[in-house]
Write a protein that binds this ligand. Structure first.
Ligand code: EPU
Length: 419
């Protein structure tokens, strides 16, 4: 299993380009299932989760061809196997995103029920309930969701989700674009990735309004056509590199990205004492001598993202003062804390609150990555720590950070992958 060796203590300096967003690309790959014409995508990040999703749709009959660097053409005219097997779903929960499009275009689907994962139970009953409201007949048997579109075509419905769910909103939106009549999703997720998916669907001929608000209206159409779409920049990758530069006392410029979706993160970085300059498609950060600890509370967009919580915990570990981190989205998303403590951090966990008091320095240690964003916080801690840090199980990182050791190397970090 690959490990990452980090020799800490070098401030990150320089410029790198940010990749396409994993969490926008994953639903958009599934959107190809909604049409028999080719969907041409650019700025697709090369990540483990993306190759898992491509394998999943390929075994359904989708033809995938590369298109220049970071481009793909997806052709699902030969779609013949509406099945998402357990082996694939268990490695990537986002596989559930095939359910809505398969039902909408193919009229049936068999998708393994995702189990829990390292960060929490993560049930999908909102996806199922919404599809049932649209007339789908759904049973769960032997660990599989068996779904059929009632009288051949789904019907528009008014759906109010019990909580804000990102992939739930995306699944229902994709189901609704080919349904008969109008669907309204209330309490919809407002995440920028939902908007990117809606933009892609609209360029395929869908009629959607309100994406980016908590009420999305979709008027179903008979069929969608092929389209071209460029995946938005990854706001979490952007935030992660900003945090890494801040923690190491560095100075970096990130290109091919936008601060437009990062208000909550940028505000907190300003509170730590960083200087930030925003351009239309670039962000520059200069870190102060010593960071100030900042309290955060995770919430759905536009509030502070749960996917940036672990990285800010790493910052607080070496900042001046104490801060409270409150995680409200997932019930088990502090797994990185125990590893950070092994590096000398002062963190006390009480249910969904973590009290972090900054220490003078962290020490390199062997630590274990437990999930994607937890791994990112360990990388940041390793970059700051004195001596060598070895991060085990970095396949988690490869799920969501494209060429991470190469990008960190470009910024002057001493990072090496060993097999
Ligand atoms: N929830 C339910 N029932 C449902 C759906 C969700 O109880 O039917 C709960 C979840 O258990 C959680 C909350 O609602 O407590 C929000 O979960 P959500 O459905 O929004 O999460 P998700 O769609 O599974 C996406 C991202 C995650 C990100 C969350 C929150 C993708 C592929 N994944 O997950 O990204 O943390 O939204 O913003 O978009 C990551 O990239 O590292 C990652 C975990």
């Amino acid at each position: 299993m690959d490990r990452l060796l980090i020799q800490g203590g070098t401030p990150l300096c320089g410029e790198i380009a940010i990749s396409g967003a994993k969490n926008a690309a994953l639903p958009i790959l599934c959107a190809c299932l909604l049409t028999s014409e080719p969907l041409q995508l650019s700025n697709v990040p090369q990540l483990r989760d993306i190759s898992t999703m491509l394998r999943l749709i390929e075994q359904m009959g989708v033809e995938v061809s590369p298109d220049g660097s970071n481009g793909l053409v997806l052709d699902s005219k030969g779609l013949n196997n509406p099945l998402a097997p357990y082996d694939m779903v268990k490695t990537m929960r986002a596989s559930i995103l095939v359910l809505g499009p398969l039902l909408a275009r193919h009229g049936e689907a068999r998708v393994s029920l995702p189990g829990g994962c390292a960060i929490g139970a993560r049930p999908v009953e909102q996806h199922i309930r919404g599809l049932q409201a649209m007339g789908a007949e759904i049973t769960v048997e032997h660990g599989y969701i068996q779904a059929k579109a009632g009288a051949g075509r789904l019907k528009g419905a008014c759906i109010v989700t019990d909580m804000v769910t990102v992939t739930g909103t995306e699944n229902l939106m994709m189901a609704a674009v080919l349904a008969e009549g109008e669907t309204i999703i209330e309490n919809a997720a407002r995440e920028p990735e939902v908007v990117d998916l809606a933009n892609c669907l609209v360029s395929m001929g869908a009629q959607i309004s309100g994406a980016g608000t908590d009420k999305i209206r979709i008027r179903g159409v008979e069929r969608l056509h092929g389209a071209r779409h460029a995946i938005m920049a990854d706001r979490i990758e952007t935030g992660t590199y900003l945090c890494a530069a801040a923690a190491t006392g560095g100075s970096i410029r990130l290109t091919g990205t936008s601060a437009a979706y990062l208000d909550a993160v940028v505000d907190k970085l300003l509170d730590t004492g960083c200087d930030i300059v925003i351009e239309r498609e670039a962000i520059t950060l200069n870190a102060p001598q010593k960071l100030r600890a900042v309290s955060i509370r995770t919430s759905p967009y536009p509030a502070f993202p749960t996917d940036m919580q672990a990285q800010f915990m790493a910052i607080n570990c070496i900042a001046e003062g104490s801060a409270v981190i409150r995680e409200t989205i997932f019930e088990n998303r502090f797994m990185h804390a125990v590893e950070l403590i092994r590096m000398g951090a002062d963190i006390r966990i009480d249910a969904s609150n973590a009290m972090v008091t900054g220490v003078e320095r962290l020490d390199g240690a062997t630590v274990m990555a437990t999930d994607l964003r937890a791994s990112a916080s360990l990388v940041i801690a390793g970059l700051v720590a004195q001596g060598e840090t070895v991060i085990d199980r970095i396949y988690h990182l490869d799920r969501g950070y494209e060429r991470i050791e190469e990008k960190l190397g470009q910024l002057g970090a001493h990072v090496r992958r060993v097999r």
